[in-house]
Design a protein around this ligand. Structure first.
Ligand code: 3NM
Length: 217
C-alpha cells in the first residue's frame, strides 16, 4: 500500500462521520449503516469520554463497525488508539495534539492514513512536516460533543490556513450541520466531519444525505 494521494484524500474527507457508543441514541450499528446509505465517505471510530468502552469490549465493538465499513468500501479510521488500529488493520489513525507525537505515529503506521487535529498555522505546519495526510481543524462552531473542545473559531480559520499556503487536505469539525456546511467548504475545507449532525438525528440517513448535498461546490 502506498501513501494516499491528496486527490483521493480530498474525496474521502467530503462527509466524514465520527462515532462512538457514547454518541448514539439508537443502535450504533444501525446509525452507521444508515449514514453509509446516506452517502458518508469516511468513518472514524472514536470511543472516548464518559462511559466509553475499554479493553475487549471496545475492540469487539470496533470490529463490528469496521466490518460494516468494509462491506460498503468505506475507509475505517481509529481515533487515538494506534495499537487498536494496527491490530484491526484499520485504514488509518486520527490523533490530537495531546496524543502521541505525529512523527512517531507515522513511523508506527507505515502508509496508513494519518489525520492530525490542528488549531492554528503552527500546529498545521508541524502536522504536515510529521507526515499528516490530512488535518482536522476545529472547532469551527460551538460543539457539545467534545468535553475539552476549545473556543469556536468560525470558518475564517480555514480561509486563513489556505491563505498562508496550506495545501494539505483539510476537514473542518465542530458544530457542523447541513445548514452551515457550505460555509466551511467555501472557506477552503475539503470536507466536513460530524458527530451529532448524523448520530443525534432522527434519521441518520437523511442527515448524511443533506450533508452530501451541502458540500457539493
Ligand atoms: N474534535 P459535533 S470538535 C471530535 O475541535 C471533535 O478538534 C473537535 O462533534 C476539535 O459534530 C469535535 O457533534 C466534536 O460538533 C465534533
Amino acid at each position: 500500500m502506498e501513501r494516499i494521494s491528496r486527490e483521493m484524500m480530498r474525496k474521502w474527507l467530503s462527509v466524514y462521520f465520527i462515532l462512538g457508543s457514547q454518541n448514539c441514541k439508537k443502535d450504533p450499528l444501525t446509525v452507521l449503516t444508515e449514514a453509509i446509505d446516506g452517502g458518508i465517505t469516511l468513518f472514524q471510530f472514536r470511543e472516548k469520554g464518559k462511559n466509553a468502552y475499554t479493553g475487549e469490549k471496545k475492540r469487539h465493538f470496533a470490529t463490528k463497525l469496521q466490518s460494516i465499513c468494509r462491506e460498503h468500501n468505506i475507509p475505517f479510521i481509529v481515533n487515538d488508539d494506534v495499537q487498536l488500529a494496527m491490530e484491526l488493520d484499520a485504514d488509518g489513525v486520527h490523533i490530537g495534539q495531546e496524543d502521541e507525537k505525529a512523527d512517531i505515529v507515522r513511523r508506527k503506521i507505515g502508509h496508513k492514513i494519518l489525520g492530525v487535529s490542528a488549531h492554528n498555522l503552527k500546529e498545521a505546519r508541524e502536522a504536515i512536516a510529521a507526515g499528516a495526510d490530512y488535518i482536522g481543524v476545529g472547532p469551527i462552531f460551538p460543539t457539545s460533543s467534545k468535553d475539552d473542545a476549545k473556543e469556536a473559531q468560525g470558518p475564517s480559520i480555514i480561509r486563513s490556513l489556505r491563505e498562508s499556503g496550506i495545501q494539505t487536505p483539510i476537514v473542518a469539525i465542530g458544530g457542523i450541520t447541513p445548514e452551515n456546511a457550505k460555509e466551511v467548504i467555501h472557506a477552503g475545507a475539503d470536507g466536513v466531519s460530524v458527530i451529532s449532525a448524523i448520530a443525534s438525528s432522527e434519521s441518520p440517513f437523511e442527515a448524511a444525505r443533506e450533508l452530501v448535498k451541502s458540500v457539493k461546490k
